[in-house]
Design a protein around this ligand. Structure first.
Ligand code: SAM
Length: 267
């Protein structure tokens, strides 16, 4: 066993990519270029890191597992365009990267247990980000890219699509990883909107309306929203209160949130 051998850790969600064809396909989809500022979350043993650096881009990485630090430093530390940040990406202050507005290109084969909170953490810094490419559980990508009317349309679809254009690029089977995960994966591209297509007066109120509406997705909006908005306020927002939440598009949820902003119940 070499001094740099590392055993995958379950608690850090470590499933390392080892299929060269899949790695190449991901790197081609990202298409990093010289002079760009890339941020890789969870570089692991460097499966994607190598190709990202060889593009000529500047690369920041954030890795939680301290045991991977010497492996990554040994492999990439001599490159002046490489900067390793050891820590938890969920707590990372992205302002410390001193990135220009809309410049950061974020990449990650993410541990499945942190993917949703991490994407929300990144979206709260959306102004810094040009695009994001993630490997996620396939069902999560399907929910992000969903359209209204189906079972996949819900809180995640709405809040991600509020901030970003979503593209489900391709699927990746468990055999591409070591150890193989129990689920199928997919690559998603998220591009923050330059101008929000449906800006809410207060996006916290949008989150609140959406959370409340989908708490009981089989009930009518009139029913699920009764603690937030009276039936006449729902109608005044141009929304039919007898519909179920999955039948409403993003624009309709924004109208409800804006109605809540006018309403004395809003705090
Ligand atoms: N990018 C590598 C690859 O494709 O082979 C590793 C992917 S592995 C699924 C996820 C990586 O994220 C692991 O290296 C793990 O240690 C790291 N990680 C887990 N939780 C993290 C967190 N909260 N912040 C930063 N990195 C994390």
């Amino acid at each position: 066993m070499s001094e740099y051998q590392h055993r995958a850790r379950k608690r850090f969600g470590q499933n390392f990519l080892h299929d060269a064809g899949v790695i190449h396909r991901i790197l081609r989809a990202i298409f990093a270029r010289e002079g760009e500022h890339m941020l890789e979350i969870g570089p692991g043993q460097g499966a994607l890191t190598e190709g990202l650096l060889s593009s000529g881009a500047q690369l920041d990485v954030i890795e939680l597992d301290r045991d991977l630090v010497p492996i990554l430093q040994h492999q990439f530390g001599s490159n002046p365009r490489f900067r390793l940040n050891q820590g938890d990406a969920l707590k990372f202050d992205f302002n410390q990267l001193q990135a220009a507005p809309r410049s950061l290109r974020v990449v990650g084969n993410l541990p499945y247990n942190i993917s949703t909170p991490l994407i929300f953490h990144l979206l709260s810094n959306a102004a810094l980000i040009r695009d994001m490419h993630f490997m996620l559980q396939k069902e999560v990508v399907e929910r992000m890219a969903a359209v209204p009317g189906g079972g996949d349309w819900g809180r995640l679809s709405i809040m991600v699509q509020y901030h970003c254009r979503v593209e489900h690029l391709f699927n990746v089977g468990p055999g591409a990883f070591n150890p193989p995960p129990k689920v199928d994966s997919a690559i998603v591209r998220l591009v923050p909107h330059e101008v929000l297509p449906h800006p809410a007066k207060d996006h916290h109120l949008l989150e609140r309306v959406v959370r409340e509406a989908f708490n009981q997705r089989r009930k009518t909006l009139r029913n699920t929203l009764k603690n937030l908005l009276p039936a006449d306020a729902i109608e005044a927002a141009g929304v039919d209160g007898s519909l179920r939440p999955e039948q409403l598009d993003l624009a309709a949820f924004v109208r409800l949130a804006d109605k809540l902003a006018e309403h004395p119940n809003a705090d």
